[in-house]
Design a protein. Structure first.
Length: 273
């Protein structure tokens, strides 16, 4: 058992240790009893100790305005562009290697795809019935042009050709495979035919994301046979290259909007612990 004087000495020693800091290679440590936990009193103050927050927006204009109002040379802001995610984040209080900041005051822009681009991505590479494809073409007709080889087709005629397509089976030794036909066996060939000129390509023109320029996306028509009714599929020609082009354009648009305010780096950033 400790007497009163011994307990007071132990308490005084603990409090004295708690008020001392230890310097270790630039880090500050404090000695605390296990039963004591730190309490941040900022929430009880009239004002916060420092400003920090996180803006998230889909609007490039609002993002640029916020960055312009919020950036100061003193805090050394920096921006990072995620081209795969079509997003960008500015850390206003990142600081420098010699004077690092907390990096918890941020603004993030994530481009929102347009309705037309969302609809296009939902059907690309997907096997569809004649009715489903015809309805898609009708819904988005203002964005579309149809072609058969070098010939341009009116959209109503192209849609009608899709609706009137039928399957024809013949015995043949022909091994050639075209856009609208497929070889089933050595002695049997099936072909999708229409009473109208069947389109082989569609050009879908839209802004993929609001700040970007309109893009013309080429869609090649493929017909899947082997059943009573044909299935149709639209393949995006040069998809990967065109998506990379959208990402490069996003970087250029972002540079024009905020490049003069903060340095931009391609990639994502995670604050170390």
């Amino acid at each position: 058992m400790f007497d009163k004087d011994a307990l007071q000495l132990l308490i005084a020693t603990a409090l004295a240790g708690a008020n001392q800091t230890i310097e270790t290679s630039g880090h500050k440590l404090a000695l605390l009893p296990e039963t004591i936990r730190p309490l941040n009193l900022e929430q009880y103050q009239a004002q916060r100790d420092r400003f920090r927050g996180a803006l998230r927006t889909h609007s490039l204009a609002d993002f640029a305005n916020y960055v312009e109002r919020h950036s100061t040379d003193e805090n050394k802001p920096a921006g990072f562009v995620d081209q795969d995610g079509m997003s960008a984040t500015v850390l206003f209080n990142l600081g420098t290697a010699t004077e690092p900041g907390h990096g918890d005051d941020t603004a993030t822009l994530t481009l929102k795809p347009t309705a037309a681009y969302v609809a296009l991505q939902a059907i690309v590479g997907k096997a569809m019935s004649q009715q489903a494809l015809a309805e898609f073409l009708e819904d988005w007709m203002p964005y579309l042009m149809a072609g058969a080889g070098d010939e341009t087709l009116p959209m109503p005629a192209a849609i009608n050709a899709v609706r009137r397509m039928s399957i024809k089976a013949t015995s043949t030794q022909n091994s050639e495979v075209g856009d609208l036909s497929a070889r089933r066996s050595a002695m049997d060939e099936i072909e999708a035919r229409s009473l109208e000129t069947m389109p082989t390509t569609f050009i879908f023109t839209t802004r993929p994301y609001e700040p970007l320029e309109p893009a013309s996306i080429t869609l090649r028509v493929s017909v899947i046979t082997g059943r009573d009714e044909p299935l149709l599929k639209l393949r995006w020609v040069g998809e990967e290259a065109q998506r990379e082009g959208f990402a490069d354009e996003f970087k250029r648009v972002l540079e024009a909007a905020v490049g003069g305010l903060v340095p931009l780096t391609i990639g994502t950033y995670q604050q170390g612990k």
